[in-house]
Ligand binder design. Structure first.
Ligand SMILES: NC(=O)c1ccc[n+]([C@@H]2O[C@H](COP(=O)([O-])OP(=O)(O)OC[C@H]3O[C@@H](n4cnc5c(N)ncnc54)[C@H](OP(=O)(O)O)[C@@H]3O)[C@@H](O)[C@H]2O)c1
Length: 390
């Protein structure tokens, strides 16, 4: 049976890999809709190559230019954030692959869940801020969620070895990011260039910086809390610099099931698209004899305070997770623009969390209001010229 796919964020790192995977899977898998935010040149190239029925540019300023680039190609062009929501809800679509960066992907994911779609989710921020809501909506409307994040894909696969109540612990592995061997003093002087070079994974800039602070792992702890319905006490993180084991599930009898593979996002992307089937793919095969040894150690939560916060936020949930994410998005933007230092990212997040009073079981509107509130706190704090920052 033919499968029609929408890729939300087709011009990014996950999006472009997803297109390679779909191309390799053959005619059964069809690119039905694509979206970009501002990279309309690449979006137009993708439209010409993959011939989708719909494309969307979420930044409306680029809509006219996109029309000009597309010319007389037979494709419907949508624009603005609502264009992304429209795409996610199209009746013909079987699978929505969420590969947008940041919380901007949330409305479209909720819309797709409302329609009972199969959701292949790489875009972690919506799961962090509204995991409970998204899971409830998906279940209520007969949809499903297959994680694309390599760690959660690994856990999803390992979980199939036992029952939910037989899980003792979920162990998420982490490469440790570019600053794994840095001291507190080194981190104090870390530059944007250093933060943008990941030792293992080739990813978009935001997630690469999140890996350097270990916010990315903190997000993954929160994601796992919702995706696998596990309390934070049953979640753990281990540094595994080789990034061969993508995560593990320990069962009550002491058995630990690990999923291994080369560090290549094409593998979890393909698994999410073809699940429950497995087919040959384009990822290089893992040769364990070439890897030699695998090492593991506990993360240093004194240096990587973001990770400690992540466990705390996973325990509290509610609007605290929204503040955690929004303050990080705003702070990372400031860091990328050269207005704050690397260490200030986590300081700003802690500042916002300390000012916030948590609320549980809130509506989407309240979640979005909290998101705006947290971003404003970051701006205000920086405008106040507080000397402990910068
Ligand atoms: N990259 C990885 O290996 C990896 C692994 C696991 C999870 N993830 C998660 O997957 C998501 C995508 O990561 P990525 O590395 O692929 O990011 P990326 O390379 O920065 O690509 C982001 C995509 O989102 C679009 N976009 C940017 N801002 C947007 C907005 N405001 N509204 C709608 N679309 C917007 C971009 O369009 P333009 O190109 O036009 O800007 C692009 O298509 C993130 O949530 C990340 O945490 C990524």
């Amino acid at each position: 049976m033919e499968k029609k796919i929408a890729i939300l964020g087709s011009t990014g790192s996950i999006g472009t890999n997803a297109l390679r995977v779909i191309e390799s899977l053959g005619p059964e898998y069809q690119v039905f809709a694509l979206s970009a935010h501002s990279n309309i040149e690449l979006l137009a190239q993708q439209a010409k190559k993959y011939k989708p029925d719909f494309i969307a540019v979420t930044n409306p300023r680029f809509a006219q230019e996109l029309h000009d680039l597309i010319g007389d190609l037979d494709v419907e062009i949508l624009s603005g954030p609502e264009g992304l929501v429209q795409i996610a809800q199209l009746d013909d679509i079987d699978i929505v692959l969420a590969a947008v960066v940041g919380s901007a992907g949330l409305p479209a994911l909720l819309a797709a869940a409302e329609k009972g779609k199969k959701l292949a989710i790489a875009n972690k921020e919506p799961l962090v801020i509204a995991g409970q809501l998204l899971l409830e909506k998906t279940k209520k409307n007969g949809g499903s969620i297959i994680p694309v994040d390599s760690e959660h894909s690994a856990v999803f696969q390992a979980m199939q070895s036992g029952k939910h109540e037989e899980v003792h612990k979920i162990i998420l592995t982490a490469s440790g990011g570019p600053f794994r061997k840095f001291s507190l003093e080194d981190i104090e002087n870390a530059t944007l260039e250093q933060a943008l070079v990941h030792p293992v994974w080739d990813m978009g800039p935001k997630i690469t910086i999140d890996s350097a602070t270990m916010m990315n792992k903190a997000f993954e702890v929160i994601e796992a809390r919702w995706l696998f319905d596990m309390p934070s006490e049953k979640l753990d993180v281990l540094i595994h610099p080789e990034s061969i084991i993508h995560s593990l599930v320990e069962f009550v009898d002491g058995s630990i099931i690990a999923q291994m593979g080369v560090p290549d996002m094409c593998l979890p992307i393909q698994y999410a698209l073809t699940y429950p089937n497995r087919v040959p793919g384009i990822s290089r095969r893992l040769r364990l004899e070439e890897v030699g040894s695998l090492t593991f150690h506990k993360p240093n939560m004194e240096i990587f305070r973001a990770l400690r916060l992540g466990f705390e936020v996973a325990r509290i949930g509610g609007t605290t997770a929204v503040v955690f994410n929004a303050a990080n998005e705003a702070a990372v933007e400031e860091f990328m623009a050269g207005r704050i230092k690397f260490v200030n990212i986590v300081e700003l997040i802690e500042y916002c969390l300390n000012k916030h009073s948590n609320k549980n079981n809130v509506s989407l509107e309240e979640l979005l209001e909290t998101d705006i509130w947290a971003r404003k706190q970051v701006k205000k704090y920086l405008q106040s010229g507080n000397k402990s920052i910068i």
